[in-house]
Ligand binder design. Structure first.
Ligand SMILES: *[C@@H]1O[C@H](CO)[C@@H](O)[C@H](O)[C@H]1NC(C)=O
Ligand SMILES: *[C@@H]1O[C@H](CO)[C@@H](O)[C@H](O)[C@H]1NC(C)=O
Ligand SMILES: *[C@@H]1O[C@H](CO)[C@@H](O)[C@H](O)[C@H]1NC(C)=O
Length: 398
């Protein structure tokens, strides 16, 4: 302590001597150099003892402090950082910002890639066949079957299985399967928008409507909201610090769509992926059960490109029963009115898990215009397919 206090006094004295030496020729050159080297050494020791991350040293080097300095250099897309970023975060931001700034040349006929995440055969293949028919060249199909090799009946699906690994519900293997699908689809440069679907998903709109809806907007439809309750922020764990703070933690449906740039960012990201792999999983300390597929992408994209995501999912699901799993539709539920109702909903609902069990209602608005929220819906039992196909064959379908 005494030594530290003595330093500034010593440095001041030495500086006076050095500056003074210019005028006074009696201080010989070798002494001058030795003194200078001595001061440099003390400076280096000081930097070693107080590394520049600490705020005291930051304010020493910059009149505005570290926070402001890093935000002006690296915060091109997220203007405020309450703390200095670490090396990995800075490198990650640079890659992300480069990808976001780069607008790839649009292909003549852009395609929408439909990525199916399923255990085995797809129960709605006939319905999807009907959906795709007549739109050749405007879409591509990829299937990740995690349990058994699917039997395909539609030529749009034959030969479209990608290499797969087992997937455990609620585990990181789910996110890994999503990354595998994105990687396969990215290898086709014409794929400009990517849609992640489960085996229980159905379309509620016609192909052209879906195609224009996704390609004419410049956002990814990634659901993202704050749930202050036990099934939202209650899943957050401090081990995610410093990269992921509790205020940044988001929840959202895993059934999302995204533009090509965002898919590339997912390929490039290992920083946030690893955080969620290790610290967002079932059976963590304090009985925490975190599900990476519901938190990783909503949290990351809200942090790195909040204006680039719509904050709602275009896949409808009915959570109104507030059970562990959403309502599943049976054949007896299927009517023209039901599908019409889903297709024309223009507000998205978020069920909050706090004590009040509140529901957050947000209009689906993009660039100032309110629009219908949904293109797809889940969960439907396979028995609903015949009725759905009859509905779709009605030429007045939406
Ligand atoms: C999307 O387009 C709108 C208007 O064309 C623009 O205001 C907005 O900044 C764009 N968003 C992104 C993420 O490029
Ligand atoms: C999505 O939510 C974020 C805040 O989390 C907001 O900054 C952004 O503008 C929202 N996106 C759109 C398209 O409204
Ligand atoms: C076809 O659509 C019309 C609405 O335009 C509806 O009234 C009719 O019930 C539908 N037909 C079938 C078979 O669902």
């Amino acid at each position: 302590m005494k030594k530290e206090l003595a330093w500034p006094q010593f440095i001041t004295n030495s500086l006076i001597m050095v500056v003074g030496s210019r005028n006074r020729s009696q201080l010989k050159r070798p002494t001058w150099i030795i003194l200078f080297i001595f001061i440099v050494c003390i400076f280096l020791i000081a930097v070693y003892v107080y590394p520049p991350q600490s705020t005291s040293m930051c304010s020493l080097f910059s009149s505005q402090g570290c926070g402001t300095r890093s935000s002006s250099t690296f915060g091109l897309l997220t203007p405020e950082f309450s703390r200095p970023l670490n090396e990995q975060e800075i490198q990650s931001r640079i890659v992300i910002n480069e990808i976001l700034k780069f607008y790839p040349v649009q292909s003549k006929i852009p395609k929408v890639a439909f990525l199916f995440l399923t255990p085995g055969s797809l129960p709605f293949e006939k319905l999807w066949h009907m959906f795709f028919q007549g739109h050749e060249g405007k879409f591509s199909v990829y299937v990740h079957a995690s349990k058994e090799k699917p039997v395909h009946i539609s030529h749009y699906f034959v030969g479209r299985d990608i290499h797969s690994e087992p997937v455990e519900w609620g585990r990181i293997s789910m996110v890994e399967a999503e990354r595998r699908l994105l990687a396969s689809a990215l290898s086709d440069p014409d794929n400009e928008h990517f849609v992640l679907l489960s085996e229980s998903c159905i379309p509620v709109r016609r192909f052209d409507f879906v195609y224009n809806y996704l390609l004419l907007t410049n956002v990814s439809f990634i659901d993202s909201y704050v749930d202050p309750g036990p099934h939202g922020n209650g899943r957050y764990i401090e081990h995610m610090l410093p990269e992921v703070e509790k205020k940044d933690f988001r929840k959202g449906s895993q059934w999302l769509t995204m533009k090509r740039q965002h898919a590339i960012i997912i390929m490039a990201d290992s920083l946030y992926f690893r955080k969620f792999k290790y610290y967002c999983r079932p059976n963590m300390e304090g009985n925490r059960n975190c599900y990476a597929d519901e938190h990783y992408l909503p949290t990351m994209f809200t942090m790195i490109d909040p204006g680039g995501i719509a904050n709602w999912s275009v896949t409808y699901v009915d959570w109104s029963e507030r059970k562990w799993h959403p309502k599943s539709f049976r054949a007896s539920d299927i009517t023209y009115q039901l599908i019409k109702k889903i297709a024309y909903i223009d507000e998205s609902l978020h069920f909050i898990s706090d004590a009040k069990r509140s529901v957050e209602i947000t209009p689906c608005t993009l660039n100032g215009f309110k629009r219908s929220c949904y293109l797809f819906a889940r969960k439907f039992y396979p028995e609903t397919q015949d009725k759905l196909m009859k509905l779709f064959s009605n030429s007045t379908m939406f």
